[in-house]
Design a protein around this ligand. Structure first.
Ligand code: ADP
Ligand code: MG
Length: 356
């Protein structure tokens, strides 16, 4: 996938901005702090996900003082030429057209245009709670198996219904209510088992690539282990029945795919709290590079790779290693400072000169 042209109107700090000279290999985007490097990466991310990787409101994407923001991008996907046009509106509805056709579900956009992004917030996947790791794995799962999109939506629906029911049932409730709970247990166990089975398949594909990526970046010195941590043992339906009494007291579903986690260790140390910040960052970068490799291999297409501020906190040797091990696909890297010696051959877009 090649991004040929992007045009931003009233997006974040940009009033009217166009770039049409991205290389089909690596392009470095540079500029002082606050020049709009992350904003540019965010705009490209937006048109491939229809949301942002920053934990900010959609209103914050619209330039201060404006009411509507436009992103327009021309992409080549194999033989296909795509024009993606997105409108983010303060008052009206957001809208996205692909070759002038409306898309129905936001998640569908990734069937047309796939990006893999590393940004500073990805360190949360390593450091923060289990939901960050589940979301990472589920995003990759959906890329590899788009059929899982409705299954995931179904899971959310079931969990919502079940927890509502748990809150209304009390010791006074009769057989009828408990029978209804049984039906939801059955539904949850079917959908839950399928999601976990698919997640584990994805993890099996990801694992060797992740180990390789980490090994390359950590300078061949440390070994990474990743493992799926299930919130129950045996069959989910049995586990739900076993925890039902407690669930009724608490009004929550305490076992299921929404409670699972990934354990990531380096040389047997927990990456969440037993390794350095630098190592956590290298794990997060490796997770993204490995996802890129897996998608490329499994789907025979190259997502656009976006690396925002990836060299900050990496020493020169690791920065060099990263560049040597980049996949052969279009890659956009931002950096406030151009790391010395390592960027001699790469085209540079300087936002200090062309930004607005
Ligand atoms: N909605 C907005 N309207 C106007 N300016 C914004 C908006 N959102 C962010 N900015 C500004 O964009 C500037 C550039 O941000 P950013 O892309 O993060 O810079 P950097 O080049 O350091 O990555 C910041 O000064 C920020 O205040
Ligand atoms: Mg930035």
């Amino acid at each position: 996938m090649i991004l040929k042209r992007i045009w931003l109107k009233d997006f974040r700090s940009y009033s009217n901005f166009k770039i049409d000279n991205f290389s089909s290999n690596v392009t470095l985007v540079t500029g002082e702090n606050g020049k709009g490097k992350t904003n540019l990466i965010e705009a490209i991310y937006y048109i491939s996900n229809l949301n942002s990787f920053r934990f900010s409101s959609r209103e914050s994407l619209i330039k201060n003082g404006s009411k509507v923001s436009f992103i327009r991008a021309e992409i080549t996907n194999g033989e296909r030429e795509l024009l993606i046009e997105s409108e983010i509106s303060l008052l009206g509805r957001d809208k996205t057209l692909i070759n002038k056709q409306k898309i129905i579900r936001n998640k569908e956009i990734r069937n047309y245009f796939k990006t893999i992004v590393f940004s500073n917030s990805d360190i949360e996947i390593v450091k923060n709670g289990p939901s960050y790791r589940r979301n990472f794995l589920d995003d990759l799962m959906i890329d590899l198996y788009p059929k899982m999109i409705p299954v995931k939506l179904e899971l959310e629906k079931i969990l919502k219904h079940r927890s509502k029911l748990l809150k209304t049932i009390s010791y006074k409730s009769g057989k009828e209510e408990l029978d209804t709970l049984d039906i939801w247990n059955q539904k949850l166990s079917e959908v839950g088992e399928l999601i976990v089975k698919t997640r584990k398949e994805v993890l099996t594909i990801l694992q060797p690539e992740l180990e390789k990526s980490f090994y390359q970046l950590s300078f061949n010195e440390k070994k990474l282990q990743i493992e799926y941590i299930s919130s129950w043992e045996g069959r989910l339906i049995d586990a739900l029945q076993k925890t039902q009494k407690e669930d009724l007291l608490k009004g929550i579903t305490s076992v299921g795919p929404h409670r699972d986690d990934l354990s990531i260790k380096i040389n047997n140390l927990f990456s969440r709290d037993q390794v350095s910040q630098g190592q956590q960052r290298i794990i997060a970068i490796s997770l993204k590079l490995a996802s890129h490799k897996v998608i490329k291999k499994q789907l025979s297409l190259s997502p656009l790779l976006l690396l925002d501020d990836v060299f900050s906190e990496l020493d020169e040797i690791r920065s060099k290693k990263l560049l040597e091990n980049l996949p052969s696909s279009q890659t956009i890297i931002t950096a406030a400072q151009i790391p010395s010696n390592i960027f001699s051959e790469v085209p540079i877009i300087n936002l200090n000169i062309i930004g607005n």
